[in-house]
Design a protein around this ligand. Structure first.
Ligand code: SAM
Length: 247
């Protein structure tokens, strides 16, 4: 089964990567676009409903904008809201995010369970970053929002870390950009390493389903194969895109 969600303006909606929180469209438009994307996931059987706390999302966004050191990010307000909402609705006890750079993508996921946007209590939310200096900055950022340590960043190769993880994974977020020719192709390596820990109902979110579609060809073919995933939706709410799949 393969589906997609594509609002009319996905090619013209743009942010500046070094000014990611600047308002680029009315909030009502952002909410409507994300509601449509959530409905597509609900209709595909991946989410039970589309309701989440809009005020909590804004509290989360304001805290990240105020406290995080973010040199750049490709996570648009639409995408940040969408990722937050998926986590707020699905409530993963254990989430792993692979390739977190400065931590903005990680906290878009984890912010549903820690900090001022928290709507549930998670068990463990782990961000994995292969560059030690980036992992250190991401961990510094995350500590400002989560004093509990439920959310944290480790410096490691996500392929090794996923293979060695000793618990079931409820949500896997993929954003690593591997070294050498593999590039974003490393998503499939991470997914295959994590497979023994995934279960029916595990959500897999893969950033860059549009602008890195060529590098992700093998990965996308894998998750769009009914033999591997019960559903997979290409969510085209900005120029980057997010492929959302469910085991
Ligand atoms: C392009 S950045 C992601 C940025 C993110 N999309 C954003 O907009 O904020 C990808 C990150 O993945 C990291 N990375 C690459 N290969 C990795 C691996 N095997 N395990 C963990 N992290 C990895 C890189 O060091 C880099 O920080």
């Amino acid at each position: 089964m393969q589906r997609e969600y594509r609002p009319d303006d996905w090619q013209t909606y743009r942010i500046q990567y070094d000014d990611p929180f600047r308002e680029v469209e009315p909030l009502a438009t952002e909410i409507a676009v994300v509601d449509g994307a959530l409905a597509a996931l609900r209709d595909a059987g991946m989410l039970p409903h589309t309701t989440y706390d809009h005020a909590k999302l804004l509290a989360h966004r304001a805290a990240v904008a105020e406290t995080f050191e973010i040199p750049w990010t490709a996570i648009t307000p639409r995408m940040g809201r969408f990722i937050y909402a998926i986590n707020a609705i699905a409530r993963p006890a254990r989430m792993i995010a692979a390739g977190v750079f400065c931590g903005n993508t990680f906290i878009s996921n984890a912010g549903a369970a820690v900090g001022p946007g928290a709507v549930y209590t998670a068990v463990e939310l782990l961000g994995v970053e292969i560059k030690p200096e980036e992992a250190e900055r991401a961990e510094r950022n995350v500590r400002l929002l989560d004093p509990t340590g439920i959310a944290r960043i480790i410096a490691a190769d996500a392929v090794d870390m996923a293979a060695a993880y000793a618990h079931p994974i409820d949500l896997l977020y993929l954003d690593a950009d591997g070294a050498g020719k593999r590039g974003k192709g490393v998503y499939l390596d991470i997914l295959e390493a994590a497979l023994p820990h995934l279960h029916p109902g595990t959500l897999i979110l893969a950033h860059n389903s549009i602008n890195c579609a060529a590098a992700l060809e093998e990965y996308l073919a894998y998750v769009r194969d009914d033999a591997h995933c019960r559903a997979s939706v290409n969510v085209m709410i900005d120029g980057e895109g997010l492929e959302v799949s469910m085991i």
